[in-house]
Design a binder for this molecule. Structure first.
Ligand SMILES: [Zn+2]
Ligand SMILES: [Zn+2]
Length: 115
């Protein structure tokens, strides 16, 4: 009698190049982009790496400290306090000065109300 093992039951061991530990396939995330169907790094290592990347992003995030900025709308150079905080922006501030930003959002709201 032949025993056919399916993919899930394979007891293959893989070596994680990061922690250098040999672990079973269940310790690795599946990946359709990699030929063997599994990530190269084990789950804890992947978690650690993405956490490190996240920490680095926070650390290297919007650290450009400026004291003034040119508004993208009125093209006027204004003190940075005239710009709202926007974490996703490269310099951590909204591209528009507060008066322009208020005008833009009010316009958007007015538009929304009309709909
Ligand atoms: Zn590992
Ligand atoms: Zn402006």
């Amino acid at each position: 009698m032949k025993t056919v093992l399916n993919m899930e039951e394979r007891k293959e061991m893989y070596r994680c190049p990061s922690c250098k530990e040999t672990k079973s396939a269940s310790e690795f995330h599946k990946s359709s982009r990699i030929k063997r169907g599994l990530q190269y790094y084990c789950k804890p290592c992947i978690n650690r790496m993405s956490e490190t990347r996240r920490q680095q992003r926070i650390k290297n995030g919007p650290t450009v400290i400026r004291d003034s900025k040119v508004c993208a709308k009125c093209k006027t150079k204004k003190p940075i306090s005239q710009f709202g905080i926007y974490r996703s922006a490269a310099d951590g501030h909204v591209s528009y000065c507060k008066p322009c930003w208020v005008a833009i959002t009010q316009k958007a709201q007015a538009k929304q109300r009309r709909i």
